[in-house]
Write a new protein. Structure first.
Length: 215
């Protein structure tokens, strides 16, 4: 594998795929100069076989690679459900190619030779996008874990609260006493980490309860 050594600092990982060694070195030096970690590959196959790290990351991908186009690699990444932002670079780009890449989800498209600041701005934006996605995924996973701790009764009460029913109405719907409903609701809110009814409802909506996605 042709990975250039990475720097120890920085909070993001930038993967660079380009069959031009001088370009890999130049981009790597630029990104390391601002504290980013860089892992570079001479081919898409090397990158696709590599296990990605558990940190915000992005991919700088050359459009024209030996034996395979960067756009084809983009399709492979999408098919593999690899959620990584892609910044394309090319010396042979045209409007149609860049439009296709952007429509397929690329975050930026830089024509060589590009200004250093343009590359840094594109990478910063891509890393911020991936960090936001990871935070959203983590939040969603945390909500799901909390929801999984609820008892069947607590889930039922939660679903009825989301529908806008008051405790008395929920009691009638479930055939329980109002005090029992209050206990179930209180336990459910505690397990969901909600200090207010509004937050409780928002978390339920984030889980998709309003659309009947959860039982």
């Amino acid at each position: 594998m042709s990975n250039e050594p990475g720097a120890s600092g920085g909070t993001g990982v930038v993967y660079v795929v380009d069959d031009d060694e001088s370009m890999r070195v130049a981009v790597g030096m630029l990104l390391r100069s601002v504290g980013l970690r860089v892992e570079a590959f001479a081919s898409a196959q090397e990158f696709l076989a590599h296990e990605l790290g558990d940190a915000p990351s992005c991919l700088i991908l050359d459009v024209r690679l030996k034996g395979q186009s960067g756009l084809a690699v983009q399709e492979q990444i999408a098919a593999g459900r690899i959620p990584i932002p892609i910044v394309f670079m090319t010396a042979h780009g045209d409007i149609a190619m860049s439009v296709k890449a952007m429509k397929a989800g690329a975050t930026d498209f830089l024509a060589k030779p590009f200004r250093d600041q343009d590359m840094l701005d594109a990478v910063t934006s891509a890393l911020e996008r991936d960090a936001a996605r990871r935070a959203a995924d983590q939040s969603s996973a945390d909500l799901r874990r909390r929801y999984d701790t609820l008892t069947p009764r607590e889930r039922e009460v939660m679903a009825l609260v989301v529908r806008g029913l008051m405790n008395k109405q929920i009691a009638g719907e479930m055939g329980l006493s109002e005090i029992t409903v209050k206990i179930h609701r209180g336990q459910a809110m505690k397990k969901m980490g909600s200090r207010s009814l509004a937050d409780f409802v928002l978390k339920a909506e984030a889980l998709g309860m309003t659309s009947g996605a959860l039982s």
